[in-house]
Design a protein around this ligand. Sequence first.
Ligand SMILES: Cc1cc2nc3c(=O)[nH]c(=O)nc-3n(C[C@H](O)[C@H](O)[C@H](O)COP(=O)(O)OP(=O)(O)OC[C@H]3O[C@@H](n4cnc5c(N)ncnc54)[C@H](O)[C@@H]3O)c2cc1C
Length: 432
Amino acid sequence: MDNGARHLGKVDRIDLTGLALHERVVARDLEILGVPAANWPAEIEDAAGQPVLDVLIVGAGMNGIAAAGSLMFKGIRNIAVVERSRPGQEGPWLTFARMDTLRSPKTLTGPALGVPSLTFRAWYEAKYGLNAWEALYKIHNRTWVEYLSWLQKVLALPVRHGAALEALEPAGPFVRAMLNEGGVRRKILARRVVLATGRAGAGGVFWPDFIDRGLVPDLAAHTNDDIDFAALRSKSIAILGGGASAWDNAATALERGAARVDMYVRRPYLPQVNKGRGSAFPGFLHGWSSLPDAERWATMVYLNDLQAPVPHETVNRTAGLSDFHIHFRTGIETASRADGPYLGPGFELTEKTPGSDPTLGQIHLVNFGAHASHAGIASDIPGVNIAAERVASAVVTSLFREDIDHMRRKVEAYNEPELAGTPFFVPESERS
Ligand SMILES: Cc1cc2nc3c(=O)[nH]c(=O)nc-3n(C[C@H](O)[C@H](O)[C@H](O)COP(=O)(O)OP(=O)(O)OC[C@H]3O[C@@H](n4cnc5c(N)ncnc54)[C@H](O)[C@@H]3O)c2cc1C
């Protein structure tokens, strides 16, 4: 037995190393939990007799995975997940997330939906061994993506890569989604849509309005862009803002040969305390959406004003490079208040004028735009399971209500006598 296994006490008799074996553990866990449940909603067709999806999920990052998994667990299996990137390229992790490791501690469970064998740790120990887990400091971006890809596979999620959602529109009782798959456009009808489109998925990335967009892409870029750092070799670069991504980009530019980086920060010093981490406890994550608006707003403004510190690893990576210069109290940034749509308890969009566009209530926004309504549960890793449970439960409830006639017929048609073989069995023809 290796040293790491001793920490597991009685469980150490099980050979947890080996992903193949672990996948059998997952299958058994799901079987014990009785998930995914059998599909139960009514089978709905459009006017042309084509089947309609129960739920279309847009985005196969961690929130899309968790929402899809949670829906399937609850027996909503007529779903599809569309993802514009190639497999393994979902989310920011291998593109514009220019840090080496996740900023969070390794112990976060990930989108495990309450199943221990689906946690990041269980997967990592199975794949890389217990000693490797003990030795792991923080999760490498690539490893996190590997884990998320494994979840897609082990949960058998119906993900269609290379399919981008371009528009949504009302279509009678359904939502029509316009998809672009490698230049081929097609339309798909769904009863509900879950937009799990990430940080920029609610209105795009934020550009301060004083930036002349004519400078893009040659002279200006957003950190979310695909930046050609080779082209920045020997150049001087100004970075506006002092958040974690600003530092990651400063480091990347200098490591790839930029002559000098000047970072301009509005604050007098960097944020020191991560209030986001301090508020990632169950009460806050579960209870936030029940607070009165004024209280939510005041707390959100407080948290936004303080912002999160740059991880010290990132500061050390950057500050150790020569030709990095930071300028505090420089008023180039515009202060902005996040504004987001008003969402209902299941992340559904709400109408400004009730009755004006009921289709909105069929679209659930499980991305950064949910922040004001639901706190960070649709954004950061600690809340992902809560968001998935919340949106899936809301969809379950609303489809059930919508399908109540079908449900009634289904229950009426259910006919499995339990007393056959006992003296109290009464044949159906004799029951009054
Ligand atoms: C640089 C960076 C570092 C972060 N580090 C951490 C961290 O350490 N800890 C933490 O808790 N959080 C972190 N976060 C925050 C959060 O965890 C990530 O943003 C995470 O990726 C959110 O998951 P998601 O599923 O909501 O979005 P994403 O992972 O962004 O997934 C959304 C998916 O939707 C797809 N998509 C978008 N639009 C469409 C469309 N129209 N059609 C089809 N597909 C579409 C995208 O291709 C993408 O794959 C970080 C965020 C960033 C940007």
